[in-house]
Write a protein that binds this ligand. Structure first.
Ligand SMILES: [Zn+2]
Ligand SMILES: [Zn+2]
Length: 413
């Protein structure tokens, strides 16, 4: 996904009292090309009828203003003042968790998209065809496979971000390998196979069924096993590109992502510290956005170089730009060498924290529901509003989804 227009890096954001968690998330969203292109088009506000606070309008205004204010710093005051409408448990002035804030924002934006439809008329699956769903949404498949008769039981869950454990990993790819690693159900913990009609040895696994155009990965650094929110500060390696294909149910060559932004937490616990981020500007240069300071990698936001499905932006992004398949080598050479160096020159303390994830359940593949996005849009009686999305989803996947049992369907729809 490419920028519609290339501009200089935008504004820094003033910290008005422990608001770095908010500033860093807003900056990552501002430099996520798919979302920013849509916001800059003003498509939402043109049609918005909300006369009071609207998070979508506010983020739109913020992103547009931010991109225009090169060399300046601004304050996202409206969003800060209304933080409780976006994140009900948050209080301005208090240190809060940036990943939680990200989830609240995406959830709120999604709710705005869904508010156009009668309550309960959109299934979770259809909810992934809204602007927000079609930018951040993907599907996970949880499978239990009988080792005796090979019967497969599949459950699909939508997600807007992935939470990756790092307790047994020192790189993002290793974390993802562990994420999809099958778990053996055996003995007392065996699986009651419907076909064999008895307890059998089975393999339980979690894989990505459909990859999202914009991938957000949280590296789970905070442990809440001890009540102090202890943090694992070890160095976690990740690249400028990420191939999600090895962690998917079907191997493909359209799940290669370019790194867009990295959100950093500095500090030893979830309850304190400082957030800032690195973003890749539309000019291809990496910047450190530390509140009001803008200088020349955590939530890790990746964007697909190529996507097999279109983003529903009401034709804001020309279709042909979505069809471009970018090569890995191109990306690397596009980065000015200086910036690459700079990025790897960041201090050891900066390097450590990749992402913080509070209250997030364990997701080592043993409990698939836990890895689904915290954003839950539950409704039934689907009426597909955006027909064209259907044909763009891989046919096989759709078939698979409708082959599932009634019980399984209930957990999806
Ligand atoms: Zn609005
Ligand atoms: Zn069986």
């Amino acid at each position: 996904m490419k920028w519609k227009s290339i501009t200089n890096i935008g504004a820094g954001l003033y910290n008005i009292g422990n608001t770095c968690f908010m500033n860093s998330v807003l900056q990552c969203l501002t430099y996520s090309p798919a979302l920013a292109n849509y916001m800059i088009s003003g498509e939402h506000s043109k049609n918005c009828t909300n006369k009071s606070f609207c998070i979508f309008c506010s983020i739109e205004i913020h992103i547009i203003a931010s991109h225009k204010a090169t060399g300046k710093a601004t304050t996202p005051l409206v969003i800060a003042k209304n933080i409780e409408k976006v994140a009900p448990t948050f209080r301005i002035g208090r240190q809060e968790d940036s990943h939680e804030f990200f989830c609240f924002v995406i959830d709120s934006l999604q709710k705005v998209c869904l508010s156009k439809f009668p309550k309960g008329s959109i299934s979770p699956r259809d909810s992934m065809t809204t602007v927000i769903g079609s930018i951040f949404g993907g599907y996970l498949r949880s499978q239990v496979k009988c080792t005796v008769c090979q019967y497969e039981s599949n459950t699909f869950d939508e997600f807007m971000d992935l939470c990756v454990e790092i307790n047994q990993a020192n790189s993002l790819t290793k974390g993802l390998q562990n994420f999809v690693k099958p778990e053996i159900l055996d003995g007392e913990n065996g699986y009651k196979c419907k076909k064999c009609n008895k307890l059998v040895k089975a393999e339980k696994s979690l894989q990505i069924e459909i990859s999202p155009p914009v991938l957000t990965v949280q590296i789970k650094r905070f442990s809440f096993l001890n009540s102090y929110g202890g943090k694992d500060n070890k160095h976690i390696q990740f690249g400028q590109t990420l191939d999600l294909s090895p962690y998917m149910t079907q191997k493909n060559d359209y799940s290669i992502y370019d790194l867009n932004s990295v959100l950093v937490h500095l500090g030893d616990s979830a309850n304190s510290g400082h957030y800032y981020c690195y973003v890749k500007g539309s000019n291809g240069v990496w910047y450190k956005m530390d509140d009001s300071m803008v200088s020349q990698a955590y939530n890790v936001f990746y964007t697909k170089g190529y996507t097999e499905r279109s983003i529903n932006t009401n034709s804001v992004i020309p279709k042909n730009t979505l069809g471009l398949k970018r090569k890995l080598e191109d990306e690397v050479s596009e980065l000015p060498k200086q910036d690459i160096k700079k990025q790897f020159k960041i201090s050891e303390t900066e390097k450590k924290p990749i992402v913080e994830e509070k209250n997030s359940p364990v997701s080592n593949g043993s409990n698939p529901t836990n890895t689904a996005a915290p954003i839950k849009v539950v409704s039934t009686g689907a009426k597909r509003k955006l027909e064209d999305e259907v044909s763009e989803l891989p046919k096989q996947d759709i078939k698979k989804q409708f082959k599932i049992s009634e019980n399984e369907k209930k957990s999806i729809f």
